[in-house]
Write a protein that binds this ligand. Sequence first.
Ligand code: NDP
Length: 329
Amino acid sequence: MTAALIDGRRYAAEFKSELAEQARSLAAEGARPGLATVLVGDSYPAMAYERRLRRLADELGCHYVGEAMPGDVAEADVLATIGKLVADPRVTGILVLRPVPPHVSEIALYNALDPLKDIEAVHPINAGLLSEGRPHFVPSTPASAFHVLDRYLSESGRDPAAVYERSNLVVVGRSNNVGKPAVLLGLARNATVVSCDVHSYRAGLLAEHVSRADILIVAAGVAGLVTGRDVKEGVIAVDVGINPVEDEVTGKVRLVGDLDSDSVRQVAAALTPVPGGVGPVTDLWLLRNTVSAAALPLRIANAWGEQHPGSQLLETALRTSRLPSTSPT
Ligand code: NDP
């Protein structure tokens, strides 16, 4: 068997034109979406991600604010910057880029976000809503993993809901930003979900769990962690990992995933490539959440009348939140 390659770039291109249209029509109604990023330090991947988001926001006609601070900045100054962005009406979505230096508490930064601008769903209110199965925002990376799965299943003539219900879904990695929300999204789709982490690996259990997966999402950040020997024939595998490795022949650095793609391709039904799989959809998903945050006051005003300023807006948003589709429409 040679697996189908799931083309995230194609999905992203389609998604982008729909999103651009939504952003344009919101701007015409006086609700232009605005993204703000907060970068602390000089992590190369975080800086590269910031540049991509700035470009994308610009292409979609969104307002953009990029706050960058040196790695030795005091936590209080980062919190003050977040406070400024929370108060800025032009900013509808705020992303705190990871990693932050060890002397700055990620949790403290997340707590300082306005839940209605918390487009990665890291504030406790949004993380709680996600675990209740009625998220206000779906975090971009796990949302994109399911977006590509949903699209692939639909395009291959299957009903995604029916497939998930009959599937063992194994998620490798349990970070708060990727693995854990992917588990919750799998549960919301009625899959039978198993979560693995570094302890499963050290206990020698990882391969055993992975071998039972009908659908596999790998987000560990370990190049080539899962090989063709580990997976079941016909598995659908989503590779979230992005790992820089030096090419033995050219000496150049290239990006590879957590799957050993050459061997997994011989066994799987389908897999996402790295690069070109989940990544391009993730960037757009973050902008989608920024756009939907901009649309919220209009949506609530249309549905509930004009009387929803400030805290009432949050209360109404929480009352009415439900699981959004991970499809672009
Ligand atoms: P983290 O480092 O925060 O988490 C890694 C997770 O993987 C942890 O839960 C860890 O377990 C687990 N893990 C580590 N080693 C192993 C192992 N040998 N076997 C099983 N589990 C293991 O990373 P993130 O979740 O932020 O990101 C994961 C990967 O996804 C990275 O490569 C990152 O670059 C990539 N990424 C890709 C995105 C995209 O759009 N494609 C977006 C965001 C991230 P434990 O909890 O026990 O320590």
